[in-house]
Design a protein around this ligand. Structure first.
Ligand SMILES: [Zn+2]
Length: 210
């Protein structure tokens, strides 16, 4: 396979996380999800985790300089086969990322607001990192993790109130990023099922590699 660097964009609930998980495995990529990294810090109760918990619980985004610092430290010295999930979130981050590495694919998952709220209010997570959705990816037994059998929980920022705030912030910050990537972005209907979306992404990647 030729070298790729992929950016996955889309509002919360658009299925970015699910696609990132599949892409990471099928194409052997290193996934960099700022959201996941932050949530891990919170879970580990680090000083950084405590600071960001306050920000995220309010439905706000962490500032760009911190996000970039985190991304840089996870890129390390790699130049290729990176997958960015939910980053860049604003114009400054997008421009900075272009200076760090060369992005080969940008995928933008779109989804109507009504469906975002429906999806996110059905999302449950486990402490082991598994993510479930009562609509699309149900756990086998009630609200128990299939893997580690722990009780699932909902993210604090998945409450309807926090979701609405996140969407306002998302629109303001991320729409300029979509414009910035114009000409090298593939827009995909995120309301479709996981496999459908994955096949479209896969075809884009394989087209470049053939
Ligand atoms: Zn689990």
């Amino acid at each position: 396979m030729k070298k790729v660097n992929i950016v996955l964009l889309g509002p919360p609930g658009s299925g970015k996380g699910s696609q990132a998980e599949i892409l990471e495995k099928k194409f052997n990529l290193k996934k960099i999800s700022v959201g996941d990294i932050l949530r891990l810090e919170i879970k580990k109760k680090t000083k950084l985790g405590y600071t960001i918990k306050n920000i995220i619980d309010k439905g706000k985004l962490i500032d760009s300089s911190l996000a970039i610092k985190i991304v840089k430290s996870h890129i390390e010295n790699r130049k290729n086969n990176l997958l960015f999930d939910g980053f860049p979130r604003d114009l400054y981050e997008a421009k900075t990322l272009d200076k760090l590495i060369s992005i080969t694919h940008v995928f933008f998952l779109t989804i109507p607001k009504k469906l975002i709220i429906k999806r996110l209010s059905n999302r449950y997570e486990c402490y082991c990192g598994m993510v479930y959705n009562l609509l699309t990816k149900k756990p086998k037994h009630d609200l128990t993790c299939d893997i580690c059998k722990k009780r699932l929980y909902r993210r604090a920022d998945d409450s309807p109130e926090a979701i609405k705030k996140r969407l306002v912030v998302y629109k303001k910050e991320t729409l300029p990023v979509i414009k910035y990537y114009k000409g090298r972005i593939a827009k995909i209907d995120g309301a479709k099922n996981i496999n459908y979306v994955f096949n479209i992404i896969k075809n884009h990647i394989n087209k470049r590699n053939s």
